[in-house]
Design a protein around this ligand. Structure first.
Ligand SMILES: [Zn+2]
Ligand SMILES: [Zn+2]
Length: 142
């Protein structure tokens, strides 16, 4: 499966050779800044499957989850393009609005609903988690 996308101005383009691992809507407080008042919709891939052409700016901060996140954006048009946790460098998350075909990334779960404003429209048809969902089960380090 080949998935393509890029920023609003076209200075940044990407190509992904993988199936989406997960698609989630996030209403954490940070995402409301990125989403201009709404939550963000995010699709995760294996990092090695994503090839980005063009330069991305990087804003790093501590997320509500306690993880250090790198939110990368087009320095020219400001479009948020990717996000990545230092705790999970093997995963790269792409902002669904930048996909050439956002139709392929239907959300599976909504997270951080406790930070959402009361007027937020949250899909009751998919699982909702109040805060950070439990991390994926990984084998302990030897
Ligand atoms: Zn741009
Ligand atoms: Zn968030």
């Amino acid at each position: 499966m080949t998935i393509t996308g890029g920023c609003l101005c076209g200075a940044v383009r990407y190509r992904i050779e993988a199936e989406p691992i997960q698609v989630r809507v996030c209403w954490c407080r940070d995402c409301q800044f990125v989403g201009a008042g709404s939550g963000t919709v995010n699709v995760t891939f294996p990092t090695e499957a994503v090839q980005v052409d063009g330069e991305l700016g990087d804003y790093s901060s501590l997320a509500a989850s306690g993880n250090r996140m790198h939110r990368r954006f087009c320095p020219r048009c400001g479009t948020p393009v990717t996000t990545q946790s230092e705790a999970r460098p093997h995963l790269l998350t792409v902002r669904v609005g930048t996909l050439d075909d956002p139709e392929i990334a239907r959300p599976m779960m909504t997270i951080w609903t406790k930070s959402a404003p009361s007027w937020a429209s949250i899909d009751a048809g998919i699982p909702c988690v109040e805060g950070q969902p439990p991390p994926p089960v990984v084998p302990p380090k030897a």
